[in-house]
Ligand binder design. Structure first.
Ligand code: ATP
Ligand code: MG
Length: 389
């Protein structure tokens, strides 16, 4: 039996004239994500997208797993392709629906006739298919109000399709429809969740990581790459910039008051990130900050950090509790990696009594012993780039 994947767009339906453009980007994303599984034909018609494998060896199960993670898809289902004849539809529905129907007691059939030339009306199709299934599966009863399962028969332009229930998709908007932004990624729990959250709203991601060898180990860098590859299953490939940060941290430790270490470090990160982000075509920065979570995330601290950039800083987790963030992190499978114990560059230099109510003036005073421009230039010139898929 020939099977296809039938995809229903998410919010796309709301986008009016942009819809076509959104659909094209979604199709491109689907194509890219499934490319390694074999050749497929992709067709769009009446707010649905049809994925049809071209050969037998196509890994259907893996394709379903991948489709489940693609943003911009509200729901999808596997469907069986039939001739547009009742005889074929009846025969295939018995065979194709056996597995899902074995697991339930009640069902109903819904039919949709996009091709009005088809000789039977929708209620007639429902009656015939329902009758056939009842005659073959004696444990079943029809329940039109509250069925365990609804099966669908659709008569479309070239074929008819039979499918059981829809699987919920990842939702959101297709990645690339909202432009590009750069996520400041640490090895922690929050920043991968922030990255995922913004990719879900259609942003393509670049990433920036600050590494401080030998204070941080190569394993910490590996961890960041693993986290990004997990995010990339949703967002598509990510260009990662790794910025050497050791010298800057040493200079801060040598020349600045200890209670300002974290703040000054954050300000240096933002200055560098902004430059790298602009050069890579990003329109905004993204961080994993959540209001009040730690000393450097009080409102005054965030304000003094923001003073050094004129790029918008998106903080999608700003109003979330840690528990809510952890829940998402488990759902997107980054949690177990995030809690691996390797030091990141923030924990190495954490002051004993960090400033929680800094002012801009006191901050500028505290970092006045640094040659900021020189440090930034050096760090950027030694930045390396990797592609994460
Ligand atoms: P996370 O769990 O994302 O590490 P956090 O709660 O530990 O966040 P901080 O360490 O204060 O908070 O970092 C705040 C944000 O700054 C992070 O979410 C991330 O966006 C960015 N950040 C922190 N460390 C780094 C780093 N080494 N490289 C790049 N960005 C970083
Ligand atoms: Mg952290």
């Amino acid at each position: 039996m020939k099977e296809i994947i039938l995809i229903k767009n998410g919010e796309l339906a709301l986008k009016g004239l942009n819809r076509c453009n959104f659909e094209d980007i979604l199709i491109k994303n689907i194509r890219r994500r499934l490319k390694s599984l074999g050749e497929i034909t992709i067709r769009k018609a009446q707010s649905a997208i049809y994925l049809e494998p071209k050969d037998e060896s196509f890994d259907f199960e893996e394709a379903l797993q991948r489709v489940k993670l693609i943003f911009g898809i509200a729901g999808f289902s596997r469907a069986c392709v039939c001739e547009k004849e009742m005889e074929d539809i009846l025969e295939k529905s018995v065979e194709y629906l056996k597995e899902p129907l074995d697991k339930v007691k009640t069902f109903k059939v819904e039919a949709k006739r996009a091709d009005k030339r088809f000789p039977l009306t929708s209620p007639e199709i429902c009656r015939e298919v329902g009758g056939k299934l009842l005659s073959k599966y004696h444990h079943l009863k029809v329940d039109v109000h509250n069925p365990d399962i609804t099966v669908f028969v659709e008569i479309r332009d070239t074929n008819a399709y039979i499918r059981a229930e829809q699987i919920t998709g990842a939702g959101g908007l297709p990645v690339g429809t909202a432009g590009t932004a750069s996520i400041l990624i640490s090895g922690g729990i929050d920043s991968p969740v922030a990255a995922w959250t913004m990719a879900k709203r259609g942003l393509r991601l670049n990433a920036i990581h600050f590494a401080s060898p030998p204070y941080t180990s190569p394993r910490a860098e590996m961890k960041v790459k693993t986290l990004l590859s997990k995010v990339a299953r949703y967002s598509g490939c990510i260009n990662l910039a790794i910025v050497p940060f050791t010298k800057i941290q040493d200079e801060i430790a040598k020349n600045c008051p200890e209670d300002y270490f974290t703040l000054i470090m954050r300000r240096m990160m933002m200055r560098i990130a902004q430059k790298i982000a602009k050069d890579s075509g990003s329109l905004a920065l993204i961080t994993g900050e959540s209001l009040g979570q730690v000393a450097s995330q009080t409102l005054p601290a965030l304000v003094t950090t923001d003073y050094v950039t004129n790029m918008p800083v998106l903080r999608p987790l700003i109003g979330m509790d840690k528990e809510e963030i952890v829940t998402i992190s488990r759902n997107i499978d980054t949690f177990e990696t995030s809690i691996l114990p390797y030091e990141d560059c923030c924990t190495v230099f954490t002051p004993k009594h960090p400033k929680t109510r800094p002012t801009l003036e006191s901050c500028e005073q505290a970092e006045s012993g640094l040659d900021i421009d020189q440090l930034i230039e050096e760090a950027i010139s030694e930045t390396t780039y990797t592609y994460i898929e």
